[in-house]
Structures are given as structure tokens and as C-alpha cells.
Design a protein. Structure first.
Length: 257
């Protein structure tokens, strides 16, 4: 077996929303698999602290950080310039996301448009902007972090589910369009994962019981379990896979909520 097919040595990856939860787990796993990583998030202090921590943990890897709000067009352009200055890019993980959970009639226009800006439009724009860098290589990879909310109703609020469903469709379209450029585009769709964002809802015992009753594996997922799927999709071992949306959900999407 060619072990190099299960590694990412020599690759450079960009991860948005990379300081916590699924994003941070993905950053750590990419580094452990031999990739150099560029991390994007909004808080400069958190990025600097993380960079120092990871440099101690992975001294052989190149770790760069950039503070940007990916929902802002000016910030996206600044980020693009910075990424170009870093050199090669082989992997883009569109992980940044947000949500406000309300009934449909309660959202202000700014609120629901803001969810789309972060969850969908930022991923589309960054993918387009970085396509020229990614397509310089015979095989590059984009992985979008979607959600089972984009597949079926899960009480997250309509705009969140709508934005993730659109991301899943975006994944398919870009995969077909960019296959000839050597850029594979895939998506993961997590169910409840144990992160800072999900902890308030999961701290309600009754709600947690509802979630677990509808999750065949009977437990909440961990960030590393999503990161594993993301990193696998970036590997040479997944070289014939594109346009797919893989649910990381303990079987939930085969059961329903």
C-alpha cells in the first residue's frame, strides 16, 4: 500500500473559522498529516495564541494566521492578497459559519441576510477567488462544511437550513465545472457535534434526549470525527471523489427528527 496516498505532505491548506470546534480540529489534523496550514478567523488575539500553541506542537510545519471577517467583501479581498503572498495552495476548507435560531417570521432582514453572507456567500466568493491558485496543481481540493440542516428540517431556523442546502448545491455545481481544472469539490454535513456553539442547546436535558433518540449511534459527534472526513476528502486516497456531500451524523439523516 502506498502510504503517501493517506498523507498530505507537501500540501498547503487554508481553513476558515479555524480557531474553534470543527475548524480547529481540522487544522490540527491537517498539520498531523503533513500539511502546512493558513488559518483565518475574526479574532486576532485568538489567532496569535493559537499560532504559538500549534508552533510548539508542530514545529516542522508552516503555520500562518490572518484575521478577517469572511462575510465582508473588503476583508475577503485582503485575505486573497495575503494567501497569494503565502505561495502555493492545494486545499481550501470553507468552515466559517453562523446561525440565529428563530421562527421564520421573527428574523429581521439583516439577520437572515447575515447568515447567508457567512455560511454561503463567503464560501462561494473564496472558492472563486482562490480557484486560480488551486488550479495550478494537478489535484487540489475544496471541502465545504455544510449541515444535515441542508438535507432536512432539524429545528435550526429556516435561513440556516436554506444556506446549507444552497452550499450543498454549490458543491455539486463547482465540482462539475472545475473537474477539468483538477479541483475536486466536496462537502460534509454534520449533525450535532460537541462544540462551543452547540453546547447551549445540548445542555437542555429534554432536548438532548430528543437528539439522542433520533441518532442511531446514540451519542453526540466529536469535532475530530468531522475533521477526519474533511481530511480524507483532501487526500490522494480520495482522488476520484468529487461533488459528494457526506453526512457525518451517526445515522441521523437516515432516521429523521
Amino acid at each position: 500500500m502506498d502510504n503517501a496516498r493517506w498523507r498530505l505532505d507537501g500540501s498547503a491548506a487554508l481553513v476558515t473559522g479555524g480557531t474553534a470546534g470543527i475548524g480547529l480540529a481540522t487544522v490540527r489534523m491537517l498539520l498531523s498529516l503533513g500539511a502546512d496550514v493558513r488559518i483565518v478567523a475574526r479574532e486576532d488575539a485568538a489567532l496569535t495564541a493559537l499560532q504559538d500553541e500549534l508552533a510548539d506542537e508542530f514545529p516542522a510545519r508552516d503555520i500562518a494566521v490572518f484575521a478577517a471577517d469572511v462575510a465582508d467583501e473588503v476583508s475577503r479581498r485582503d485575505l486573497l492578497d495575503w494567501v497569494e503572498d503565502q505561495g502555493d495552495l492545494h486545499i481550501l476548507v470553507n468552515n466559517a459559519g453562523t446561525n440565529i435560531s428563530k421562527s421564520a417570521v421573527e428574523y429581521s432582514e439583516d439577520e437572515w441576510r447575515g447568515i447567508f453572507e457567512v455560511n454561503l456567500f463567503s464560501a462561494f466568493e473564496l472558492s472563486r477567488y482562490l480557484h486560480p491558485l488551486l488550479s495550478q496543481h494537478p489535484s487540489s481540493s475544496i471541502v465545504n462544511v455544510g449541515s444535515v440542516s441542508g438535507l432536512l428540517h432539524v429545528r435550526t431556523g429556516a435561513p440556516y437550513g436554506m444556506s446549507k442546502a444552497a452550499m450543498h448545491q454549490m458543491t455539486q455545481n463547482l465540482a462539475v465545472e472545475w473537474a477539468e481544472d483538477g479541483v475536486r469539490v466536496n462537502c460534509v454535513a454534520p449533525w450535532y457535534i460537541r462544540t462551543r456553539r452547540t453546547s447551549p442547546k445540548l445542555s437542555d436535558p429534554d432536548y438532548l434526549d430528543d437528539v439522542l433518540l433520533r441518532t442511531p449511534m446514540g451519542r453526540i459527534g466529536e469535532p475530530d470525527e468531522v475533521a477526519s472526513a474533511i481530511c480524507w476528502l483532501c487526500m490522494p486516497a480520495a482522488s476520484y471523489i468529487t461533488g459528494q456531500c457526506i453526512a457525518v451524523d451517526g445515522g441521523f439523516s437516515r432516521y429523521g427528527f
